[in-house]
Design a protein around this ligand. Structure first.
Ligand SMILES: *Cc1c(COP(=O)(O)O)cnc(C)c1O
Length: 393
């Protein structure tokens, strides 16, 4: 069958982008106004202020006009200057990948790398910062989504403050689903977006930049301007009294506002709890079914994505295909060096609802059994329900 004839999935349990909330989709369908019309300038400022409220910051964040990879590259280009030594933390594909961007702009990249089922320990960071007082910038991915593992950014951020190092955090697939924010983590550049836990669409980045980071950007002779990679261009654009450097994605901004409204109305803590409960039910179910979690220790498993080792003797692609063909349920594949080793079950935004843990168990277990593997689906469902019931009864 040609790819053009493939049916749309019934349920998407991917590690992002997520199936956006209906309210977001309705907002995307609103009238597209002239960007310099005062109405849209008002929408943009209101959206930036709601983003600040959601991020727990005083200053409205940057809203950059591309999905969060744009913001990661823009952060490297803007913050990292030719004299800077960068400490890059790599516990997965995204953390590793940031080091390649950093290398384009800096004097030297120093790297701490751990196996991609593990997390960076603050002690490792402390040792390197003590040995290398010339380090100016540290970069870390909070939730390295291809691994489903979490790095301790609050502890790492405190070390950065002690050593006067600027910290860049990729929180794209954790912020909005877990308790992480730019202020508590002491982040200087904190990057997220609508298309993961917020249940929005891929098209924008949301970036908090600290005053210290702005000073560093202002002093960087190579910081881009009049460029899609510029953070400086958009610095003041949040204000309805300022001009946009280029046309903003009007529809995407409307969608972001709707996603932020949902998040703020439900209340961040309630949102985090439902992500955490879904993940816990999913992990317990997967273990009871006889499968093995990918993270080396359960404490570092993310609340927004559960990663499962591909069972011995089976192929990841065949499992995901069977799940899609038989049940219409879609999971994410591994990425980069992890392709074929694990399967990823997203709990982000609309599908961060505990009952979806039982959907994941049914579809993954059903696919594995169909291919001749052995998964005890009944035990898995019972274990997941026990977690949910214990939290709610
Ligand atoms: C999703 C994601 C991004 C954005 O990148 P895409 O893969 O292009 O969607 C960046 N960082 C992390 C950790 C992500 O999960």
């Amino acid at each position: 069958m040609s790819r053009q004839d493939v049916k749309i999935p019934t349920i998407t349990l991917s590690a992002g982008p997520v199936d956006a909330y209906p309210a977001v989709l309705r907002a995307l369908g609103r009238t597209v106004t002239y960007d310099f019309d005062p109405y849209f300038q008002g929408v943009f400022e209101r959206t930036a202020r709601k983003a600040a409220q959601a991020l727990n910051t005083d200053q409205p964040p940057l809203i950059l006009q591309g999905e969060p990879v744009l913001a990661l590259e823009a952060a490297a280009a803007s913050l990292i200057g030719p004299e800077d030594v960068v400490l890059n933390l790599a516990s997965g594909e995204y953390g590793k990948g940031f080091g390649y961007w950093a290398a384009r702009y800096c004097k030297e990249v120093v790297e701490i790398e751990v196996p991609y089922n593990d997390a960076i320990a603050p002690d490792q960071v402390r040792d390197v910062l003590e040995q290398r007082p010339d380090i100016a910038v540290l970069s870390v991915c909070h939730h390295d989504t291809p691994s489903g593992t979490i790095n301790p950014v609050n502890e790492i951020g405190a070390l950065c403050r002690q050593h006067d190092v600027l910290m860049i955090v990729d929180a794209v697939s954790s912020w909005g689903g877990m308790d992480v924010d730019p202020i508590t983590s002491h982040s200087d550049v904190f990057i997220t977006g609508p298309n993961k836990c917020l249940g929005g669409t891929p098209g924008l980045s949301v970036v908090h930049v600290s005053d210290r980071a702005w000073d560093h950007i202002d002093a960087n002779p190579n910081a881009p301007f009049a460029s899609m990679l510029s953070m400086t261009d958009w610095r003041k654009a949040w204000s309805a009294d300022e001009k946009f450097p280029f046309t903003p994605s009007v529809a995407e901004v409307n969608g972001l506002e709707a996603a932020l409204d949902l998040y703020l109305e439900e209340g961040p803590e309630t949102v985090w709890e439902r992500h955490a409960l879904t993940a816990r039910a999913c992990r317990e179910g997967m273990k009871a079914m006889g499968l093995t979690l990918w993270p080396a220790r359960e404490e570092i498993a993310a609340d927004t994505c559960t990663t499962i080792r591909v069972p011995e003797g089976l192929e990841d692609e065949a499992i995901r295909q069977a799940s899609r063909d038989l049940y219409g349920v879609v999971f994410s594949a591994g990425r980069g060096s992890l392709v074929g080793k694990l399967i990823r079950i997203g709990h982000m935004g609309p599908v961060a609802e505990p009952v979806y843990a039982t959907v994941a168990i049914t579809a993954l277990g059903g696919a594995i059994n169909h291919l001749g593997g052995s998964a005890d689906i009944g035990a898995g469902i019972n274990a997941a329900l026990a977690v949910i019931n214990a939290a709610r009864v």
